[in-house]
Write a protein that binds this ligand. Structure first.
Ligand SMILES: NC(=O)C1=CN([C@@H]2O[C@H](COP(=O)(O)OP(=O)(O)OC[C@H]3O[C@@H](n4cnc5c(N)ncnc54)[C@H](O)[C@@H]3O)[C@@H](O)[C@H]2O)C=CC1
Ligand SMILES: NCC(=O)COP(=O)(O)O
Length: 329
């Protein structure tokens, strides 16, 4: 089957439109539909001096793969013309419209996967729209309470228990129910989507030194250890809670399938240090496939022609592989 992927470039002033143009310079073993303003893409292509032919997507599922030099666009107009590098609050609603169109198309089966470029969470909120991230947005669209943000690069996968919330709320958000859900979804998908056999999952503690036997915090004793014990009884291969500052070394990582980090900045700096530009963000637990770039809007680089498209290429290739795997190909 021909995978049909929808790509959302995200923030129009960021590097997402550049990525849409760059990925369209090559032929793909899939059809890629870009949900964006066609005039924005044309203008950014001219700025980058990259050749592009824009075709409008008319809602008919493509039957041929995307050729080099052509971009198939579901035209969603920006409110005002976007200028590379300059956020404009007037376009916050536009970004959300592209994401809504993409998720509806995935929920209906029109598309097989969504790959997202970077959004600027702040400007969407400044536009009066509550928005904390794609992960939470798609979970909401799909009526899923718990989904898992997992970033992966060569040799390391990191899944998060909490995602885009203030650090001050993290402790309360790590409930036995949430931790159980996150690990259960992660284990299920490692086995069923990533062909891992009896995957070993390393779990970080929350506190320094994983609480130092309760002297530096009691969440490990009161929440994390009981959950891990219960899930081990169900056959999940769990190690931890381990101190996060000493877990990320080959001794532990070499035979591990994934690491569970308790919060965003516990796990992602390590992942990005290892693989920034060559990592993919995958949302597990959604009723559709969603991958994303590992970086943000890079406003300072938009329109420069000097960006790294490695993570975007990996995100698309990962989505294609996941679509094929879901069809047992
Ligand atoms: N997937 C998404 O939608 C993500 C969105 N963000 C959003 O991006 C915005 C900016 O976040 P920052 O922390 O500044 O991170 P950032 O990733 O946009 O930029 C950090 C640094 O890396 C550089 N950089 C990033 N991607 C690059 C690329 N592909 N090629 C060359 N250089 C690149 C930037 O120029 C900058 O110097 C925030 O509003 C944040 O919410 C951040 C991460 C992921
Ligand atoms: N640091 C990862 C990130 O912020 C991406 O989040 P999301 O928008 O994919 O939920």
């Amino acid at each position: 089957m021909l995978p049909v992927i929808v790509f959302t470039p995200g923030e129009p002033a960021g590097i997402g439109p550049d990525l849409a143009i760059m990925i369209s310079q090559q032929a793909w073993p899939a059809a890629i539909v870009v949900c964006a303003d066609k005039n924005l893409l044309q203008a950014r292509a001219e700025q980058l001096e990259l050749p592009i032919t824009i075709q409008e997507y008319k809602g008919h599922r493509p039957t041929t793969p995307s050729p080099a030099g052509t971009i198939l666009v579901e035209h969603i107009p920006t409110a005002v013309a976007a200028v590379a590098g300059q956020l404009n609050v007037a376009n916050g609603q536009y970004v959300v419209e592209t994401l809504t169109r993409a998720s509806q198309g995935n929920l209906s089966g029109e598309f097989d996967a969504v790959v997202t470029g970077p959004v600027h969470k702040g400007i969407i909120n400044d536009a009066g729209i509550a928005f904390s991230g794609h992960t939470e947005f798609f979970a909401n669209q799909a009526n899923r309470n718990d989904v898992v943000m997992m970033l992966a690069t060569e040799g390391l996968r990191v899944a998060l228990v909490t995602t885009h919330i203030p650090l001050a709320y993290v402790t309360k958000a790590i409930t036995p129910e949430r931790l159980t859900q996150i690990i259960t979804i992660l284990h299920h998908d490692l086995v069923n989507k990533f062909a891992e056999v009896n995957p070993k999952i390393l779990v970080c503690g929350l506190n320094p030194h994983a609480g130092e036997n309760g002297h530096l915090g009691r969440e490990e004793i009161e929440v994390i250890e009981p959950v891990l014990e219960q899930l081990r009884e169900q056959g999940i291969n769990l190690i931890g809670p381990l101190p996060a500052d000493t877990l990320f070394q080959p001794k532990y990582l070499d035979d591990a399938a994934a690491v569970v980090a308790m919060y965003h900045d516990q796990g992602l700096p390590v992942l990005k240090y290892k693989g920034f530009g060559n990592a993919v963000n995958i949302t597990l637990g959604l009723p559709f496939i969603r991958t994303s770039v590992d970086h943000g809007t890079a406003l300072d680089m938009a329109g420069s022609g000097d960006i790294n498209s490695g993570s975007c290429l990996l995100a698309i290739n990962t989505a294609i592989d996941m679509v094929r795997a879901s069809h047992n190909e």
